[in-house]
Design a protein around this ligand. Structure first.
Ligand SMILES: NC(=O)c1ccc[n+]([C@@H]2O[C@H](COP(=O)([O-])OP(=O)(O)OC[C@H]3O[C@@H](n4cnc5c(N)ncnc54)[C@H](O)[C@@H]3O)[C@@H](O)[C@H]2O)c1
Length: 273
């Protein structure tokens, strides 16, 4: 893996910082070779505490900087107003955007025919367990592609998609997915409290159950369906619960609706970016 060169990371909020943490721990890059542009002082301090160099504004970046990767981790609504400032980096850098919805065409309109990778990571990237869906434009050469691949693979499992549009679908599943699981833990905790468990115990049981079940689903030779069946004794407690979860409106139907709403929102964000 070639970790030489420097990275500019614009926006070091929730996801930008998750990537920074992941890269510092797993990409083998010296943290001070990651240059963060972030207007919020507290977030700059957090980036500096992680070892990165941080600047309030693009104008403070070192003039001689020739980054290999330029990461766009601001909200989709900010991209239109900030891109032109960074055009000079297109001479050396592959542009990598994690912004939901914003198409590669938006970047090309300002930057021209330069390497642009649009990807959708998720929050577990901070611990090296991210899922990253990615698509590269036609101007991304083999060397840049290999570098960006390594960069993304350092923080999780990378899935290169055959069409850019599929990034919006991935956003609805793996990009937003951690929030669905966190909400599931919240709901299971509340359900535990409702059947009489102390709050702390309910929270620990819910969190550890999701953790154990998800690790088992990854490690097992059995499919999730087979594992579910193994937990479910005929006429037992799980069957009683699943009857509720599978009756209309079923959990499956709710999740389909939720993912469709996320997908639709990603399509809408294409317009504002
Ligand atoms: N949060 C996630 O789980 C997640 C997952 C995948 C992709 N994304 C994408 O990542 C991007 C950032 O999302 P987030 O959740 O980290 O949001 P966030 O608000 O936590 O972070 C965005 C950061 O950008 C900074 N910023 C605003 N204007 C700026 C500018 N001109 N220059 C530099 N920095 C600027 C803000 O101060 C903020 O800290 C979004 O486009 C989102 O779609 C987020």
């Amino acid at each position: 893996m070639d970790q030489s060169g420097e990275i500019v990371l614009v926006g070091c909020g929730n996801m930008g910082f998750a990537l920074l943490e992941g890269w510092v721990a797993r990409f083998g890059i010296a943290a001070d070779r990651i240059h963060v542009v972030e207007p919020v002082e507290a977030l700059r301090r957090r980036a500096v505490a992680a070892g990165a160099a941080a600047y309030a504004d693009a104008s403070e970046l070192p003039q001689a900087l020739q980054p290999r990767a330029f990461i766009v981790a601001v909200k989709p609504q900010v991209i239109g107003s900030m891109l032109a400032t960074y055009r000079r980096f297109s001479a050396t850098a592959a542009f990598v955007s994690i912004a939901a919805g914003v198409p590669i065409a938006t970047f090309e309109a300002t930057l021209g025919a330069v390497p642009i990778v649009r990807d959708m990571p998720n929050m577990p990237a901070s611990i090296g367990m991210g899922v990253i869906a990615a698509f590269a434009n036609a101007h991304t050469g083999n060397v840049q592609m290999a570098y960006v691949s390594d960069l993304l693979a350092a923080v999780g499992n990378v899935h290169w998609l055959p069409e850019e549009e599929l990034i919006n679908a991935a956003t609805a599943i793996s990009g937003s997915g951690p929030a669905y699981l966190f909400h599931f833990i919240e709901c299971l905790t509340e359900a535990g409290i409702a059947v009489g468990l102390p709050v702390e115990t309910a929270h620990a049981l819910a969190k550890q159950t999701v953790d154990g079940a998800s690790t088992l689903a990854s490690a097992s030779v059995f499919s999730p369906t087979e594992l579910r069946q193994q937990v479910t004794s005929p006429n037992g407690t799980t069957a009683a619960a699943l009857e509720v979860l599978m009756a209309e409106p079923s959990l499956a139907a709710l999740l389909r609706e939720a993912a469709a709403a996320a997908h639709q929102r990603a399509l809408e964000l294409a317009v504002v970016g």
